[in-house]
Design a binder for this molecule. Structure first.
Ligand SMILES: Cc1cc2nc3c(=O)[nH]c(=O)nc-3n(C[C@H](O)[C@H](O)[C@H](O)COP(=O)(O)O)c2cc1C
Length: 384
């Protein structure tokens, strides 16, 4: 009874707030406002415990063991929402099983010229061209040091905008060395479309030396030698390149792959280009949300077919419902992340997903959701 009323209360408050206030102000300010309301609440032990109690069922059904860690739910926050690791407590209190912070670069940097985020509501999508605004690795380290001990936090790293692609490995190595001691896992982001040249690093010939440089950096310190390392790839890679990335990850003993980042394709949108340009800017940026769903799932299926359980797969892109999470788990994702689905769904969204997933696991007669990972792949002929 108590949990039901908490959820409907959030929906009753959020829907009108979203429609009447948040939707009318630019997305960036809306996110800031939401955290201004939530952070002080989540910082207080009693409201925090209460929130956590109503948003995340504390039982085995949703618990996942992966990367040497225990996740209370397989649903996490994708990178980009908490760039400086300032809102881990709040996001965990809303029911997320883990938070991936970043992308963090070695040195602080501003965003690309504003506007940098636009909503495309007819497509349940966002368009962004942020370009890794963040406070830099030293400042983020200080925030990470204050994070709640029981939260699972991944740290997503990248290169500074003004670092040439040929010098990128040094940026990733610096960020890894600084942040790894306070990260539960590390992610090499080589797939954001908003930093010129970054996606060149996805090509195996460039990715291999990059991964090796970061691995050498982590191995040099006993504290970070076993830190799980993953790479995040784009949905715009060809299928052959996805296979090559999977092979490389296995060969180099990476812990896993996160798939996918945003897409530069516009043909996935129903909204006509003139309307998109009017809502956002003439060109550039990455699309997230519902239009990414099919490609993100297809990439996951490909990675799973290629690497099986030799890699931990984290699926992200267009996840909007418990159905979507379920589908990703069956297709081989051990963990699932979301960004845009949460922005449109509101604060009660992770709670709804958690309870729906727990009910399904129970009905499936499984002891935990982890038993279902990779058990429901579609036949190859049905794939995109
Ligand atoms: C506004 C915005 C900023 C993002 N920033 C980052 C980022 O800094 N690093 C990163 O790896 N991904 C970033 N992403 C991509 C998301 O982590 C995710 O991969 C993508 O949005 C697809 O998931 P979704 O459909 O659930 O949003 C960003 C996405 C959005 C919408």
């Amino acid at each position: 009874m108590r949990t039901l009323s908490a959820s409907s209360l959030a929906a009753v408050i959020y829907e009108p707030l979203f429609n009447s206030v948040l939707r009318r102000i630019p997305p960036e300010q809306a996110h800031e406002l939401a955290f201004k309301l939530l952070d002080p609440l989540a910082a207080r032990p009693r409201p925090n415990r209460w929130l956590r109690g109503v948003t995340l069922p504390d039982d085995e059904l949703l618990r996942v063991s992966a990367l040497g860690l225990t996740f209370p739910s397989p649903l996490g926050v994708a990178a980009g929402l908490d760039k400086n690791a300032e809102h881990v407590r709040s996001l965990s209190a809303l029911g997320f099983g883990f938070v991936e912070v970043g992308t963090v670069t070695p040195r602080p940097q501003e965003s690309n010229p504003r506007p940098i985020i636009a909503r495309i509501p007819e497509d349940r999508a966002l368009l962004n061209r942020m370009g890794f605004p963040n406070d830099g690795s030293a400042a983020v380290l200080a925030n990470l040091a204050k994070r709640p001990a029981d939260a699972v936090v991944g740290v997503n790293i990248g290169k500074n905008r003004d670092t040439a692609v040929v010098d990128a490995a040094a940026d990733y190595a610096t960020a890894a060395r600084t942040l790894a001691p306070h990260a539960d896992y590390l992610v090499l982001n080589v797939s954001s479309p908003n930093t010129p040249g970054l996606r060149d690093l996805e090509a195996v010939a460039n990715l291999k030396p990059l991964i090796r440089a970061v691995q050498a950096e982590l191995a040099a310190c006993a504290e970070t030698a076993d830190k799980p390392l993953l790479v995040k790839i784009s949905p715009d890679m060809s299928d052959e390149d996805v296979d090559a990335a999977a092979d490389l990850a296995v060969d180099l003993h990476l812990s896993g792959i996160i798939a996918t980042n945003t897409t530069v394709r516009r043909d996935v949108l129903q909204t006509p280009p003139e309307r998109v340009a009017a809502l956002a800017w003439p060109e550039g940026g990455g699309v997230s949300g519902a239009p990414l769903k099919q490609r993100s799932l297809a990439v996951l299926e490909r990675l799973h077919a290629r690497a099986g359980d030799r890699l931990t797969l984290i699926s992200v892109g267009g996840v909007q419902s418990a159905d979507d999470v379920w589908q990703r788990i069956l297709a081989g994702a051990t963990l699932v992340q979301a960004y845009t689905g949460f922005i449109y769904g509101g604060p009660a969204w992770p709670r709804q997903i958690n309870f729906e997933l727990a009910r399904r696991v129970w009905e499936a007669g499984a002891g935990s959701i982890q038993e279902l990972v990779g058990t429901g792949g579609r036949p190859a002929a049905d794939r995109l």
